[in-house]
Design a protein around this ligand. Structure first.
Ligand SMILES: *Cc1c(COP(=O)(O)O)cnc(C)c1O
Length: 387
């Protein structure tokens, strides 16, 4: 887009062109494998905008281009899941013999991917303290090719000093990848902070309705050709209907995120004052770890955060609470319209940092239900916790 419209305006306009759609507002859903060429010359010179379904369709291109504009990226590719996007990004910046640095707070399936697939293909994987900052320099080896970041950390919400880590990476010619799912490009502009590849589980706030699996990876100018090549070699792409749902989600993403932010903060403050809660892990709360960095680098917070319970509660108390919630669903994923709650424990799989929050931990996603209904569901849950 050649104009300076605000993001909410862009979200209504990107990825559709009524002039090319018989005036219809939305882009049609192109399903297709074969593309018919006009002449032998067109085939031999690859003289067509689209040449085969795996290389793209107008529906896919509209979503990719819209996301590039939103993320301030040179280019974007899609994937059938967020984890697929993580694989695409890592396959782009690593090769056999390379060394890869992963934050100890990383989304657990990313850890599984590295410890199994990356290692299987000859990449050396080591983990680092997500709060390491500039000291990441001490972990760099001659063969380090990639530093992976995720901020805030999955479930545990550590905020990373992205500019510090990126500055070290740049000094050594190392590529950086960030899992930006929590903030999305609306609340954290990864490429503006110098990150090479930024990925998003579109499953969460892009889809927004718990009915879509999608991954998105965007690249800066320097890394884009390599990302696009990896995508073309692998040909792992989402189906047409999913791209349609993602384009639809894009239109209201800004509104939904703003509302998620407001509700998440209201609930985080309410929980902070409850006697059952030891600590709230929400980077937008002033006394939480990383708050200063969050304030410096982010422009908002989303509706997902965690809490630590008072240490007097047992696992059985926690099960009593969570087994009988009326509104909060016990389920993975997040970013949809419905509230979710899950227990978690990072201590079983961390390798270079100790996860010792001081009590049992739960993660909450605040949905669009009435706030008083949600609070009363939690208050009743706390009563069960105590019995
Ligand atoms: C959900 C999630 C993913 C993976 O997305 P899927 O579409 O479920 O594969 C990756 N990173 C983070 C931080 C997530 O929350």
């Amino acid at each position: 887009m050649k104009n300076n419209f605000q993001v909410s305006t862009k979200l209504t306009q990107l990825g559709r062109n009524p002039n090319e759609q018989y005036g219809f507002v939305n882009c049609p859903t192109y399903r297709g494998s074969t593309v018919i060429f006009n002449t032998v010359s067109d085939i031999e010179n690859d003289n067509a905008v689209f040449n085969y379904g795996t290389a793209g369709t107008p529906t896919i291109a509209n979503l990719e281009n819209a996301w590039s504009e939103l993320a301030g990226a040179a280019g974007t590719v899609l994937s059938p899941s967020g984890l697929g996007a993580i694989a695409l990004a890592l396959f782009t910046t690593t090769k056999a013999g390379d060394h890869l640095l992963m934050p100890d707070s990383v989304y657990r399936p990313s850890r599984n991917f590295c410890n199994n697939m990356m290692i299987k293909y000859g990449v050396e994987v080591s983990y680092y303290d997500p709060l390491i900052g500039l000291d990441i320099e001490t972990l760099i080896k001659p063969n380090t090719s990639t530093i992976f970041l995720e901020s805030p950390g999955s479930q545990s919400f550590e905020i990373q000093d992205v500019p510090a880590i990126v500055s070290v990476a740049k000094k050594y010619g190392i590529k950086t990848i960030i899992d930006n799912t929590w903030a999305t490009p609306l609340f954290f502009k990864a490429h503006e902070h110098g990150v090479d590849l930024s990925l998003e589980a579109g499953t969460k706030y892009l889809g927004g309705h718990s009915d879509l699996l999608m991954g998105v990876v965007s690249a800066n100018k320097e890394t884009w050709p390599a990302l696009r090549a990896t995508y073309d070699y692998m040909s792992m792409l989402p189906g047409a209907e999913d791209c349609f749902l993602a384009l639809r989600g894009l239109r209201t993403m800004h509104l939904r995120l703003k509302e998620a932010e407001k509700r998440g903060l209201e609930m985080a403050h309410w929980l902070k004052d409850r006697p059952e809660i030891l600590k709230v892990l929400h980077p937008a709360l002033p006394d939480c770890q990383g708050h200063e960095i969050w304030k410096r680098d982010f422009t908002g917070s989303s509706g997902l955060f965690s809490v630590v319970l008072d240490p007097k509660y047992t696992h059985q108390n926690l099960a009593n609470m969570l087994d009988n919630m009326s509104i909060f669903g016990l389920g993975f994923s997040w970013g949809g319209f419905e509230s979710l709650i899950i227990p978690f424990d990072c201590s079983s799989y961390r390798t270079v940092t100790k996860w010792n929050p001081g009590g049992l931990t739960i993660r909450l996603q605040i949905g669009l239900e009435d706030m008083d209904d949600l609070k009363s569901d939690l208050a009743q849950g706390f009563n069960r916790l105590k019995n």
